[in-house]
Design a protein around this ligand. Structure first.
Ligand code: SF4
Length: 116
């Protein structure tokens, strides 16, 4: 018997409550894929930090979950998170089911959940 994983809906509702103001209600439907302009070897494409196409509310929500394009937690990265949406090309940004905007494979945020 282990910890029961919440449904995606329950997770987003809990997260929205935790981050007050319901910011996570705007996180649906990301998965932006961007063109390549990779930086130095091993770094994510620079477009993965580009939030120009997002609304101010979406940018604030992204900041609220402390998204970063290079993880700060060993072993926890966007591309091993259950919410990860991989790009169709390895050199492009991926997406996320709960955080809006382009997402870098080596990125991380406070909503990270181990891939099931
Ligand atoms: S770590 Fe955060 S931004 Fe990255 S895929 Fe998971 S929920 Fe999305």
């Amino acid at each position: 018997m282990g910890i029961r994983r919440p449904t995606r809906r329950q997770f987003v509702q809990l997260a929205a409550a935790a981050f007050s103001g319901g910011l996570l209600g705007t996180f649906s439907g990301c998965g932006r894929e961007q063109a390549d302009s990779s930086g130095p070897a091993g770094s994510p494409p620079s477009e993965c930090d580009d939030t120009v196409g997002l609304s101010e509310e979406q940018r604030q929500a992204r900041d609220a979950v402390e998204y970063v394009s290079v993880t700060v937690v060993e072993g926890q990265r966007c591309d091993n998170c259950d919410f990860w949406e991989p790009p169709s090309r390895p050199d492009a940004c991926g997406g996320c089911e709960v955080v809006e905007g382009p997402i870098a494979a080596p990125g991380y945020c406070a909503l990270w959940v181990a891939m099931s």
